[in-house]
Design a protein around this ligand. Structure first.
Ligand SMILES: O=C(O)CCC(=O)C(=O)O
Length: 253
């Protein structure tokens, strides 16, 4: 259980993080890994050094200057994800662990894809694949909030990142998460101080475990070592709570 499993109902609240052990059976993960490995021809190159995505990630193509590619290929990539039987449902089931604001706890807040809301240009989910590396940079997941920039600066924003470990590398490759939310308007000095904090939790990502974090928590992929056909594979879906025009969770990748 995480440092900030925010209440006894096992719901991830603002500033929280939690893990759901055995969210997906290991055998199912193994089948997904095999399927993904057999389809190398459709992988998207991420940032070189043996890192790829099965599907397209908004922030990756944004950072690579390839947004047109993300939007042009979204329907194709959603189809790809649908063909990974059971995967999308497993990611969408993360909703059961997301805490809406108190006033909405007694209703079943629906899920709506960004592609349904903003047009068929957005991806639903995808899987990050990487080989041995020195780890990632410490960051919070603000990019996906760009259609609603004011939400990047609000302490009330309920945005969560759901991370499903599908295949572990031979060694390492977990996630380090810093306690305490950061916002897009926090100064460089505040970021520097935050990163010096030792209030961190390491998530080791056993296969089939779902980890959910408030997207405003700074996190960092840890160094990994692996070989052969064994990749670090992590499924990702992002969620944002909206109160208007009716309460719903929007999701995208
Ligand atoms: O691969 C992971 O464990 C986390 C991915 C991540 O940090 C991100 O998508 O922003």
């Amino acid at each position: 259980m995480a440092f900030n499993d925010s209440n006894q109902n096992h719901l991830c609240n603002i500033g929280g993080a939690l893990t759901v052990d055995g969210h997906v059976d290991e055998l199912i993960c193994e089948n997904w890994s095999k399927n993904i490995l057999s389809r190398k021809n459709v992988w998207t190159d991420s940032f070189g050094r043996n890192s790829f995505t099965f599907g397209n990630a908004w922030y990756v193509l944004l950072e690579k200057g390839l947004l047109h590619k993300y939007h042009a290929e979204s329907q194709l990539k959603n189809q790809l994800i649908e063909e990974l039987h059971g995967y999308l449902d497993a990611m969408l089931a993360a909703k059961d662990y997301l805490a809406p604001p108190e006033d909405f706890r007694d209703i079943d807040v629906p899920l709506i894809s960004r592609s349904e809301k903003l047009g068929p240009f957005w991806c639903w989910s995808g899987v990050h694949l990487s080989k041995s590396n020195r780890g990632g940079s410490a960051h919070a997941d603000f990019e996906g909030l760009s259609p609603y920039p004011e939400r990047i600066f609000s302490p009330d924003t309920r945005a969560f990142s759901a991370l499903l470990s599908i295949q572990k590398p031979a060694w390492g490759g977990g996630l380090k998460v810093w306690e305490g939310r950061m916002q897009g308007d926090h100064t460089d000095e505040m970021w520097k101080q935050h990163l010096c904090s030792t209030n961190t939790t390491i998530y080791n990502y056993p296969t089939g475990t779902l980890t959910i974090i408030d997207s405003f928590l700074v996190h960092q992929i840890l160094p990994a070592f692996t070989w052969g056909n064994r990749f670090r594979m992590v499924g990702v879906m992002h969620f944002l709570f909206h109160e208007t025009p009716h309460p719903h969770w929007e999701y995208w990748f």
